[in-house]
Unconditional design. Structure first.
Length: 263
């Protein structure tokens, strides 16, 4: 077999191999097209479910749309401090001042309400109890005013948070969450303030009632002759009173205790 003859056989074989290669490439390309189309379909379906809803659009059942609607429900469109549904409680008609329950100019402190007696014993104890009652009443009054001022400050801060919330833009999710956290913290603090005030008010009322009852008991014991001029038991009424001045002071103390008890 000569070289030309051998070349004559080699050429058809090469053509056959080349044709087979083209066929395989076409099959691979067709297979890739099928897989690529399926992937594109899946991606389009996912994009449709996730959605591309704008900030002003509705949910349309997509993930982004529903999240946007949920977000918009937490934002105030506007805040008006004079709105009847959201404005603070009205201010009291008559302003009160610390340490001045009366504005008449009359002196009603412990020195004037509880004049110091000349004698000792029961009268001295009555005087001490009277001062404690007056000071406790004044402390209760001052604490109420202090808590009112704190409540007013809390209300102003809450109004400011409302105004900030109404100005948060639709995409500022972090600012919205920060504002929410501040409002929740403020509400918790206001509840603690309320409970603290109520606890102190109850304690003040209980202390005043105890002191009044103690004052009444001492006066009753003195009248019955069961408490001596030095504060002990026995001695009789004469040793307790110690003269007309002592009797007058004791009567005034008893009347004061009974008057406070009725009030």
């Amino acid at each position: 077999m000569n070289k030309s003859t051998s070349h004559g056989y080699a050429i058809p074989v090469a053509l056959i191999l080349f044709a087979m290669g083209l066929g395989a490439a076409e099959d691979a390309q067709a297979q890739w097209r099928v897989i690529d189309n399926a992937a594109n379909t899946k991606l389009q379906d996912m994009n449709g479910r996730i959605g591309t809803t704008s900030a002003t659009g509705n949910g349309n059942g997509t993930v982004n749309g529903n999240l946007r609607e949920l977000y918009q429900q937490q934002v105030f469109e506007s805040f008006n401090g004079n709105n009847e549904d959201s404005k603070a409680a009205p201010e009291p008609e008559e302003k009160l001042q610390h340490a001045r329950p009366t504005l008449s100019g009359a002196s009603v402190n412990a020195d004037t309400r509880c004049p110091q007696p000349s004698g000792g014993g029961a009268a001295q104890q009555q005087w001490q109890l009277c001062r404690e009652i007056v000071n406790t009443e004044l402390a209760k009054y001052n604490y109420s005013l202090k808590m009112y001022e704190v409540t007013t400050q809390r209300q102003r801060y809450l109004d400011e948070l409302k105004r900030q919330r109404s100005g948060i833009r639709s995409h500022e999710v972090g600012k919205l969450q920060d504002n929410t956290n501040r409002i929740l913290l403020l509400m918790s603090q206001m509840e603690i303030d309320r409970q603290q005030q109520q606890t102190y008010m109850d304690a003040y009322v209980a202390r005043i009632a105890y002191l009044q009852e103690a004052s009444k008991t001492i006066a009753q014991q003195a009248l019955e002759g069961t408490r001596s001029s030095t504060g002990g038991i026995g001695g009789g009424l004469g040793s307790i009173i110690g003269g007309v001045a002592g009797a007058g002071a004791l009567k005034l103390a008893l009347d004061a205790a009974q008057s406070r008890r009725r009030n």
